[in-house]
Design a protein around this ligand. Structure first.
Ligand code: ARG
Ligand code: GLU
Length: 689
């Protein structure tokens, strides 16, 4: 009987936890999760995931550039990430004669691999709790500014000592749980990283912004690089003498495929989440911030798209800009929908009222109300700041004016900046955006939140339209020739250029009226959130907490599973080549696949070729390019997105609909072989089967 009861209990625990795959766990503390992971199918140990004494999976994962993840898949430094993570590097190697974005790029041997200035990858050497050292000398009566200075002073020697341990090291001390904990992260940075292969954008960006953040998905979102090192395997600047990096560990590739229920594990660097904030912050995001930004970006996107649809040249000029604006725009819409559906504001309020009861008579009494007051103090100013960012700063000419003046001040010529700006500039778009953005600012901001300059000019001109005519006619910044001829001596005169003057007036207004209030309130919010975080942990002692994402390495685990996006609909968790052919449309840019792919499909036998799959791993921006690993620690996919219905997972995770989207590694192999003709790369890969 006892045994039956016990196993029933275990079953209940397993079932309970099988539902929720929320969490982005610190690798160094993975021993606290490993039992749960193993119960869900993982067959490796905590030491296999993270170890400083022996090679572990962490040694095959990198922070790629400034905001993506990548993974090493051969003992010769071969590296996989997303196409959208490699995009700007692929673009920089492209020209009219060889357009690698359009046609793809495949090095046929090492000598053809292309170096990338400014690209580096960071391997985590170790992470370590340094809270006690970092907070030495801190006492709770200090202001937030004094505390910051204690943290900075104490961190400096820790960082210096860690960096002295070897070549090419970077060390940072990062706050976790709003500064309740501090961790030292030591990275080794390799800065000779070469492009090895990229599919044509019609595969790597298949579906474009239409399919972005959506399932079912058919994007071959990968690119391939190689890390180089000096002859001692140490980091070095690019040199012909460098040799392929020999990693401590690389991923084996599994071609066994995925099926519903399979254990999955994403190892990567999610950028930013806020899972523990109070209801007022969520209300602000869902009811004020996201909706206003969505509305403003809709206006900009519509203007761009109208002109893009009228001219092929304009489409090329604006496709990257348009995608940049559209990515967050679409995510915010999913986020708002998700927060509403989850009734997160109400749920948090309910939580807060239980919390408040518990907090009565403790040092946490009144804490939540206090945070609410700080938000109330900050948010009108923050709202104005966000509105300013999305309107005035959305006018390209105004940004350009500021950049040019900054360049000239350093004594450099603005010719280079002018060349790259005008290559992708279409003034009619910018003029329309100017009118739409300034109009929106005028109509939707309270008069007390408008710069005097803005009010005076607008009343002098009588309309934004008239202001626009005058500004674009008289600003020197609309002329490539004139800007290229400018020198440092012209800076004084440029101060009264109408474009420069306008953006500068807003800048000064921001710095003088908004920034001080926002900075002050943010410091108070940070301090109070630190207490609130700690209090939540005391309030719910049995709950497993994970720190909000901050671009440090994390482990998320879950399983392959479809979902229901709406009543009466269910999604299967895998997509296939058949679906690509169904979406194929030569008339629509985003769905116009390479002829080669059509031909291969026509041969037959490839209908079931897997393309993408979804799973329940908790991921965020920054997890792009992350390895997706099976129960044996072998690579089965590359993470690149989340489903639209689940994008609120940065604030609240809904196990019913939150899914990460990955490219199936077998599709990568298929494209490398059949489209790239680069199957020679398989020789250096290690296949698990
Ligand atoms: N949504 C993905 C991410 O947040 C992919 C973005 C790139 N793709 C695009 N169509 N804009 O990074
Ligand atoms: N595409 C995102 C990135 O660049 C990942 C998607 C997400 O936010 O989960 O990191």
């Amino acid at each position: 009987m006892k045994r039956i009861v016990l196993s029933f209990f275990i079953l209940m625990v397993a079932m309970g936890s099988a539902i929720a795959d929320e969490g982005m766990w610190l690798p160094v503390l993975i021993s606290q999760r490993i039992a749960d992971m193993q119960a869900k199918g993982f067959r490796l140990s905590a030491e296999d995931v993270y170890s400083v004494n022996q090679a572990s999976l962490k040694d095959a994962v990198v922070l790629f550039g400034g905001g993506c993840t990548g993974e090493v898949v051969s003992d010769q430094g071969l590296l996989l990430t997303n196409h959208h993570c490699g995009y700007s590097f692929i673009q920089r190697h492209s020209s009219v004669e060889h357009d690698y974005l359009k046609d793809g790029f495949w090095a046929m041997d090492r000598s053809q691999e292309l170096p990338n200035r400014g690209l580096s990858v960071s391997f985590l050497q170790r992470m370590e709790d340094v809270t006690d050292e970092v907070l030495k000398g801190y006492d709770p009566s200090m202001t937030e500014a004094q505390r910051d200075s204690v943290v900075r002073t104490n961190s400096a020697p820790i960082i210096r000592a860690a960096m002295g341990e070897g070549k090419g090291l970077r060390a940072t001390v990062e706050a976790l749980y709003y500064g309740n904990q501090y961790f030292l992260f030591v990275y080794k940075i390799y800065r000779d990283v070469r492009l090895v292969g990229a599919p044509p954008s019609s595969i790597g960006k298949f579906g474009g912004d239409t399919d972005n953040w959506m399932w079912p998905r058919h994007t071959g979102d990968f690119s391939i690089f190689r890390i180089y090192a000096d002859k001692d395997n140490e980091p070095a600047d690019y040199s012909e003498d460098n040799v392929p990096y020999r990693p401590k560990r690389s991923f084996k590739i599994s071609r066994a495929g995925v099926k519903p229920g399979d254990f999955t594990f994403v190892y990567g660097c999610p950028g930013s989440t806020k899972e523990y904030v109070m209801s007022e912050e969520v209300r602000y995001v869902a009811e004020v911030s996201d909706p206003q930004k969505i509305d403003l970006r809709t206006k900009r996107l519509d203007i761009q798209r109208k002109h893009m649809s009228e001219s092929q040249a304009v489409r090329i000029q604006y496709s990257s800009k348009n995608a940049g604006i559209s990515n967050a725009w679409k995510k915010w819409q999913g986020e708002v929908k998700g927060l509403k559906k989850m009734k997160t504001v109400a749920a948090k309020r309910e939580f807060e009222s239980r919390f408040n009861k518990w907090a009565e008579g403790t040092k946490y009494e009144g804490l939540v109300d206090k945070i609410g007051e700080y938000y109330a103090e900050r948010n009108p100013y923050y709202h104005a700041y966000e509105y300013y960012t999305e309107t005035i700063r959305g006018v390209e000419l105004l940004q350009f004016a500021s950049n040019v003046v900054n360049t000239l001040r350093t004594g450099r010529s603005a010719a280079g900046a002018a060349e790259s700006f005008f290559k992708d500039y279409y003034q009619p778009i910018d003029e329309e955006i100017f009118v739409a953005m300034l109009d929106a600012f005028d109509k939707n901001m309270d008069d007390s939140f408008k710069p005097e300059y803005f009010k005076e000019k607008l009343s002098a001109y009588g309309s934004v339209e008239a202001w626009k005519d005058d500004l674009f006619k008289n600003s020197v910044f609309t002329s490539a020739a004139k800007v290229s001829a400018l020198t440092k001596d012209d800076v004084d005169a440029l101060m009264s250029d109408p474009a420069y003057e306008l953006q500068d007036a807003f800048n000064v207004w921001y710095a003088e009226t908004l920034a001080p209030v926002i900075t002050d309130a943010n410091a108070k919010i940070r301090l109070a959130n630190r207490d609130y975080m700690k209090a939540q942990m005391e309030f719910e002692p049995d709950k497993a907490f994970y720190p909000d994402a901050n671009l440090t390495l994390r482990v998320a685990y879950g399983h392959v599973e479809g979902y229901s996006p709406a009543d009466g609909m269910t999604y299967a968790p895998v997509s296939t080549l058949k679906g690509i052919i169904e979406k194929d449309n030569p008339e629509i840019f985003d769905y116009n696949i390479p002829q080669a792919l059509r031909d291969i499909y026509a041969e037959g036998g490839h209908e079931d070729q897997p393309v993408c799959f979804i799973a329940t791993n908790h991921t965020s921006g920054g997890n792009s390019g992350s390895p997706v690993i099976n129960a044996d620690g072998n690579l089965i996919g590359i993470n690149f997105d989340r489903v639209w219905e689940g994008t609120m997972s940065d604030i609240v995770f809904d196990p019913e609909v939150c899914r990460n989207i990955s490219i199936d590694i077998r599709y990568l192999l298929f494209v490398v072989d059949k489209i790239g003709g680069a199957s020679y790369l398989f020789d250096e890969m290690d296949f698990a089967d």
